[in-house]
Design a protein around this ligand. Structure first.
Ligand SMILES: [Fe+2]
Length: 485
């Protein structure tokens, strides 16, 4: 088996064998990945795959096909590995068909490497579409890995890793250990790499994988963490730019808009006074977040999923979550109320438990703003609870993740949460199920309305809405009479 030598070893325990096998098997090729590829940032017509190589100067392409044997492939633009980027390459293929399963593999210096590949499915077009995705946080590569395999076996369209990818707590101004964390994670755990290779995985950090417990924008490792994220994670476009900028991003699947916020690398110190100056998002990200909500509203989006890596629900003196950034949370909830933002749900991690709240918590913070919140964790860490109270209760422990079933047949969209507990990769139970059904979307106002005297009144308008069921014209005979239609 020629490719046996390319099976990925554990970098800590098998670094030497890796070099030997590389010498024996790929000497003529002179290149090898040092960790499996990671697939993400899928859209209706594109995908991004990242992979770290063992050396600079390797010409790399992504090969994508609808067939497992990679016949009739589409190729990415070639990328040459560079030492300045830790020899990681970021490969993107565009022009794919929507809602279509694809297979991929790497091509290194002109030689196809079928062992280094995976699969994904492109998203549906931006119209009514039902799908399910998985989400969780708080993992390790040294603890039992059943939850990762269980997530993969759920066959979700994608997986959102909401942070604490690991607990290395690296906090130095040097990209090397951050690179090693990504490499170790994927090379040490076949379950995680199988998931990240075969289910598009979107990821935003929390504290332990950014720069240590309760880390914030003042952390020593901030610049290096931000740089290496861009090298190693297949992310959506980053509106903050880079390389030393926050990693918030957004995407759409069907008619659902997803907002992934970076609540670590811009946050003020947890110990600061909780006033109008204290922010978890930072000014630039917060304006972007508000703009996202307005744009979704104006696009008549029937569901917005906001990923808040840390618990939204908390009151009192517990630290490190939205409870100690209460002024900013109130600002955001009042914005949602005042701007008539509809149909937001929140998914959240950090707390090592399954939990949900039906919206009564946010309603208690700002009257009229009822946002259901769904927690899912921990993948591979001991259980703990934070914040609350949660109307649906909590279930703390490891082996936990959420499945969200989006049902969209063209009217109001529903989201069904299932809190899942894996006692092994194939033995999974459901803790609780909760369905939230959105409201019908408010249509945009008709545009260019004019009324002219004619034989009666001639009324013109432009239909600017895609969700209205009709228009009704009302009249009243005098300025004070009753309206009739
Ligand atoms: Fe955690």
């Amino acid at each position: 088996m020629l490719h046996t030598g390319l099976q990925l070893p554990s970098p800590k325990s098998m670094r030497l064998p890796l070099l030997i096998s590389a010498t024996l098997v790929v000497a003529a090729r002179g290149q090898v990945p040092i960790a499996p590829p990671w697939c993400g940032a899928v859209t209706q017509d594109s995908v991004v795959v990242t992979v770290p190589l063992d050396q600079a100067g390797v010409t790399t392409r992504l090969v994508v096909s609808t067939m497992a044997g990679l016949a009739s492939p589409v190729f990415s633009t070639p990328v040459i590995s560079q030492a300045a980027l830790g020899n990681a390459v970021r490969l993107s293929v565009t022009g794919l068909n929507p809602n279509t399963p694809y297979f991929y593999a790497l091509e290194l210096n002109g030689i196809l490497q079928p062992a280094h590949g995976g699969k994904f499915k492109t998203f549906p077009i931006p119209a009514a579409a039902s799908f399910h995705f998985a989400f969780s946080s708080c993992g390790e590569w040294t603890n039992p890995q059943d939850a990762y395999e269980a997530v993969r076996l759920e066959n979700p369209l994608f997986f959102i890793h909401m942070g604490d990818l690991h607990y290395e707590d690296t906090n130095v101004n040097n990209p090397t250990p951050y690179r090693e964390n990504y490499t170790d994670l994927l090379a040490e755990s076949p379950e995680q790499s199988n998931l990240f290779r075969n289910v598009p995985t979107f990821y935003i950090w929390d504290d332990h994988d950014f720069s240590g417990n309760t880390s914030d924008r003042t952390s020593t490792g901030r610049t290096a963490a931000r740089q290496v994220y861009r090298e190693r994670v297949p992310h959506y476009p980053l509106p903050a730019g880079g390389p030393n900028a926050a990693i918030h991003q957004s995407f759409d699947c069907g008619r659902v808009h997803f907002i992934l916020s970076d609540l670590r690398s811009e946050r003020d110190r947890d110990s600061d006074d909780d006033d109008a100056d204290k922010s978890m998002m930072g000014d630039v990200q917060k304006q972007w977040f508000k703009d996202q909500l307005i744009a979704a509203r104006d696009a008549e989006c029937p569901m917005i999923v906001w990923m808040s890596g840390v618990p939204l629900i908390q009151k009192g003196d517990e630290r490190d979550n939205w409870g100690s950034y209460e002024t900013e949370r109130t600002e955001l909830l009042e914005f949602i109320r005042d701007q008539k933002i509809q149909n937001m749900i929140v998914i959240s991690g950090d707390m090592h438990a399954l939990a949900y709240d039906d919206g009564r918590a946010t309603e208690s913070y700002v009257a009229g703003v009822r946002i259901p919140v769904f927690h899912a964790a921990a993948l591979a860490r001991d259980g703990s609870t934070k914040g609350g109270p949660y109307s649906g209760g909590t279930s703390a422990g490891d082996g936990r993740y959420g499945i969200m079933e989006i049902s969209d047949t063209g009217g109001a969209v529903s989201a069904t949460y299932r809190g899942r507990i894996a006692s092994s990769a194939t033995s999974v139970s459901t803790w609780k199920t909760y369905t939230h059904t959105g409201e019908p979307v408010r249509p945009r106002k008709a545009k260019n309305l004019t009324a002219q005297p004619a034989n009666g009144v001639l009324i013109h308008w432009t239909d600017d809405s895609g969700v209205e069921s009709g228009f009704r014209v009302e009249r009243r005979p005098t300025g004070t009479g009753a309206w009739t239609s």
